[in-house]
Write a protein that binds this ligand. Structure first.
Ligand SMILES: [Zn+2]
Length: 329
């Protein structure tokens, strides 16, 4: 099978190689990869120095068709459409027992501590694969990282009907789904971005950052929003605190726009604000998203073949980027 592989850090080290088609063990499933989302985590894996094994196949966000199942697999059969829950977890620690598989004490992220899905085939344990209904592969390949990260953050911060949510970086991988999912959860949504197409994704208001405060006031009759989803890390977080009503929450799950924050504690405690961190989501939430997926859509910018993997990863940082990037093996 063809796979995109690197043997030392750097986009220029990515090569399409021929590897043996993997064979599923007793509780494993062989997956034909139909589409893989390209995310900042993949960029970090390829350019950083922490992936193993080496040489390494990246690709954290995978959707595909079951090709073959191991002898003890009962939950899936060849032909099933699935997405990858991309966490290694033991199922046996206190975190797993409380449904927090992404914080498993013996866990890790598949595509970092294992090979990933930028390949024609991939094997995974059956408990890492979740069936999806008939939806486009671009939507399916957006569920495991982009949609799941946003969905978990919205649930943790208690988004529900009647709440108001502002999304920083609304046109990005996670932002597109934060907007759609917050709307589906019954919230009024203020999308912060220069992209007017976000209205088609459920945003009630779209504004650039200079007009954010005014737009938030307009959307909430001057009350402020309940939740700000800060998809860009530290960027705009201090400003975002002024958009919140008392008791409001800023939730973050990435640091692309900056990792460090200078924070006024009195501004935080004085109005009962919370700064919440999340990462990924649970298996149960990915199952919920699979059921919701016919109501989700994605803005696709570019789809690349394996051979253009390096271009796909560098396109993540393109200023012209207008939607998601995928690899189609
Ligand atoms: Zn565990």
């Amino acid at each position: 099978m063809k796979a995109l592989q690197f043997d030392s850090p750097g986009l220029d080290k990515l090569r399409v190689v021929d590897l043996p088609k993997p064979k599923p063990e007793a509780h494993e499933v062989l997956l034909r990869v139909e589409m893989a989302g390209v995310n900042p985590v993949d960029y970090s894996v390829v350019t950083g120095n922490f992936a193993k094994p080496m040489p390494h196949v990246p690709g954290a966000e995978v959707a595909g068709t079951v090709e073959e199942v191991g002898q003890h697999v009962r939950s899936l059969k060849p032909g099933d459409k699935v997405v990858l829950y991309n966490r290694v977890f033991d199922g046996n620690c206190d975190m797993c027992a409380s449904g927090m598989e992404m914080e498993c004490r013996n866990g890790g992220i598949m595509s970092i501590v294992t090979n990933g899905g930028f390949a024609e085939y991939m094997v995974a344990p059956e408990w890492n694969l979740i069936k999806v209904p008939e939806v486009g592969w671009d939507v399916a390949a957006s569920l495991p990282v982009a949609a799941l990260t946003s969905y978990h953050a919205l649930k943790v911060t208690g988004v529900s009907p009647g709440k108001a949510v502002a999304v920083i970086g609304a046109s990005g991988n996670t932002g597109i789904f934060a907007v759609q999912l917050a709307k589906l959860m019954g919230a009024t949504v203020v999308a912060l971005s220069s992209k007017s197409w976000l209205k088609e994704f459920g945003a009630d208001y779209v504004s650039n950052y200079s007009g954010a405060k005014g737009q938030v006031e307009k959307a909430t009759d001057g009350l402020g929003v309940d939740v700000v989803v800060a998809t860009l890390g530290a960027a705009h977080v201090n400003e975002a605190m002024s958009w919140l009503k008392a008791g409001g929450k800023v939730v973050t799950f990435g640091a692309i726009g900056g990792d460090e924050l200078k924070l006024s504690l009195s501004a935080l405690y004085g109005r009962h604000l919370s700064l919440v961190g999340t990462t990924g989501g649970t298996r149960a939430e990915l199952m919920e998203l699979a059921r919701l997926s016919p109501r989700l859509k994605v803005k696709t910018w570019k789809i690349y073949p394996l051979a253009e993997g390096a271009t796909a990863l560098s396109a993540l940082r393109s200023s012209e980027r207008d939607g998601r990037i995928f690899i189609e093996p």
